[in-house]
Structure formats: structure tokens, C-alpha cells
Design a protein around this ligand. Structure first.
Ligand code: ZN
Ligand code: ZN
Length: 350
């Protein structure tokens, strides 16, 4: 059995573990389909339906693959013994599924383990960092291409489609998340959905996007100006840039997430835009796009070497527009390694 899993069972006094979160099934079981990965004292199993059994046998050679038909309780029941304490991912399990198992397998105690499996994925191994770095490189390549493509008249959707095409062209197996391409007043919305708005001279354009490479996510944001930037745009942009650079500079093991957030946030607040930066400074990435810990005012988790985390301050002004700049970095003992290499000084298109 995976050592981390064995440790988790021991520490929580569990007899078995029911893994249902996609990232955790992949990380701890190699399995990428739908179903459950189950660890018991007797063995380790992948329970899935006929759509995934062949893939499961390839992906999880050290696991017994059991073909099941929904609902699962009867098939799950045979893996457990009367009185077993079975840990389950309470944060990633639908209540309906939990209730079905609880009622369908009497004599078993289901114990919530919340996000404990996620915590075991926080520190990345070198092969994981290599995959994230490759995904980030794909993002950089796409950014370089989009700079030659942008012009007034394009819709946000066309910008997003171009970035997505380029990422796949450079080897992305999928998108990290739905691409954000937000221009003009839409750039004041941190999570704007691209639409039919057409770029025009004087617009901010924020592009937040990422590639998926062998299961691992990248995440980057760049904001450019279509045509000439106004003095006000330059001012806002440079405050965000200063905050971003300060956050990147400060990032290192031993600090808490809230410490790094405070450094970038302090610059934005001091410039008078504290109320225009409503989200946290960053989040970890890996098999999921948003992992813990976070760089946020509330997260007191101490950062450790080889966590991979974003630094993404922004200023969003309703009726004016917004700026966000985001890199993904590897936390190190005395600093960090930036996996994003696209330029960050203000780019004026055309
Ligand atoms: Zn992002
Ligand atoms: Zn992000």
C-alpha cells in the first residue's frame, strides 16, 4: 500500500479508505475514470463500470479492478468487514452518494476525512513540477502567438479561441479551465466570461488561461492594452505589476500564505486601491487548478519547499476596467522558481 495512505489510516484509526475525488483517485491509484479507489487492510481496488475497466487495468496495475454497476453499495460491501471504520472524502462526496453507502452497507461506520488526502498532495515531486512547468511553457508559447494576433475588431471569444487552439497546438491535452478573455469594461470582472464584445483602441484586455499537461494544470494571466495606454491605465497597471513583483520576490518557504498576500496587498492598499482587489493573492496548482494552501488574508498555512503556487494580484474598477498579472511559481527554501516566462511590462498592441 502507498505509504502516505498507510500512515493516514493509522493516524485516523481507520480500517479502510474510500477515495472518490478525481485528483486523489489519480494521484493515489493512477485511475482517471469515474468510480472509487478503495484501500483496505486486505487489498487495494478500483471500482468502476464497463466504460473504464480496460483503462483502469492499464492505469492501475497494482490494483484489483472490479466492474460494478450503479448503485455501488452492494459491491462495496463485500470489501468491508462488519464494524469497519471507513474514511471517505467528505468534501468531495455528494450527500446522496454518502447516504446511499451509509444506508446500503449497514455495520460500517463512515468517517469523514475532509481534505486530508489533498494535504498529502501539496508538496510536489520533481516529476510533477516538470509537468506543471511544461504546461506553463505551453501557456507562454500561446501568449507569444496571441501578441501577433490581437487587433481591434476581434471578439473576446475569438481571442479565447485563438489561445485555446494555440495551447492544444503546442501540446496541451486540454484546457486548465475555461479561458478568460475580458476586454474594455469587462476587464473589471475578475472571472468574466468571454463574449461578443469587440476589442477597440484603448481597451484593457485581460487573458487568464492555462494548459493541462499529463493531468497537471498551468495558470497565467497577462493584461495588455489595445493601442495606446492612457496615463490612468499605465498608473493602474504599474501598481499591479509592483504588487505582483513584490509578491514573487517575497515568496519562500517558511512564510505563511497570509504573509505573502499582505505584502502584495499592502502595495495596492497604499496606492488607494485596496477595495478594488477583492480576491486572494494566489492558490496552489497541481492535479487540480485550485489547490490548498492559498495566498489569502485568512490562510495561515506555512509554505513548504516544492509547493507550486500562483501570485496574481489585480485591481478592478467598475466603469473603467481591470488589470491582473499572474505567474505560477515553485516555492523554494530561500525564494521561488518562476515557471512563467512571458514579459510583464505593459504591452501596447499595435
Ligand atoms: Zn489564472
Ligand atoms: Zn489562478
Amino acid at each position: 500500500m502507498n505509504q502516505k495512505i498507510a500512515q493516514l489510516l493509522k493516524e485516523n484509526n481507520l480500517d479502510a479508505l474510500l477515495v472518490s475525488g478525481a485528483a486523489n483517485m489519480r494521484y493515489f491509484g493512477g485511475f482517471t475514470g469515474e468510480g472509487y479507489v478503495v484501500f483496505t487492510k486486505k487489498g487495494q481496488y478500483v471500482l468502476t463500470d464497463s466504460r473504464y475497466t480496460v483503462a483502469a487495468e492499464e492505469e492501475s496495475p497494482d490494483f484489483t479492478v472490479i466492474e460494478v454497476h450503479k448503485p455501488y453499495p452492494e459491491e462495496l460491501a463485500v470489501l468491508f468487514a462488519e464494524g469497519d471504520k471507513v474514511g471517505f472524502e467528505s468534501e468531495k462526496t455528494l450527500f446522496a452518494d454518502y447516504a446511499k453507502n451509509r444506508d446500503g452497507i449497514p455495520g460500517i461506520e463512515f468517517i469523514p476525512i475532509e481534505g486530508e488526502l489533498d494535504v498529502l498532495r501539496r508538496i510536489k515531486e520533481q516529476w510533477e513540477i516538470d509537468r506543471i512547468a511544461k504546461a506553463e511553457e505551453i501557456g507562454d508559447l500561446a501568449f507569444n502567438e496571441v501578441l501577433g494576433f490581437l487587433k481591434p475588431g476581434l471578439t473576446e471569444l475569438q481571442v479565447a479561441a485563438f489561445l485555446e487552439y494555440q495551447m492544444k497546438n503546442f501540446g496541451a491535452e486540454d484546457l486548465s479551465f475555461n479561458t478568460i478573455a475580458a476586454a474594455g469594461l469587462n476587464s473589471a470582472k475578475p472571472h468574466a466570461v468571454p463574449g461578443e464584445y469587440r476589442l477597440k483602441e484603448g481597451d484593457f484586455l485581460t487573458m487568464d488561461y492555462g494548459a493541462l499537461y499529463k493531468g497537471y494544470h498551468s495558470d497565467m494571466t497577462r493584461t495588455v492594452v489595445i493601442g495606446k495606454a492612457s496615463e490612468e491605465q499605465k498608473k493602474i497597471y504599474n501598481i499591479v505589476l509592483e504588487a505582483q513583483l513584490a509578491g514573487v520576490d517575497a515568496l519562500r518557504a517558511g512564510l505563511r500564505g497570509c504573509d505573502v498576500d499582505a505584502i502584495s496587498r499592502g502595495i495596492i492598499t497604499k496606492a488607494g486601491y485596496g477595495d478594488n482587489f477583492g480576491h486572494g493573492l494566489g492558490h496552489c496548482v497541481g492535479l487540480e487548478i485550485h489547490e490548498s494552501p492559498r495566498l489569502s488574508p485568512k490562510d495561515e498555512t506555512i509554505l513548504l519547499p516544492n509547493m507550486v503556487i500562483t501570485v496574481e494580484p489585480g485591481i478592478y474598477i467598475k466603469g473603467f476596467g481591470g488589470v491582473r498579472i499572474e505567474d505560477t511559481l515553485v516555492v523554494k527554501e530561500n525564494g521561488s522558481v518562476n515557471l512563467a516566462h512571458s514579459p510583464k511590462e505593459l504591452i501596447e498592441i499595435g
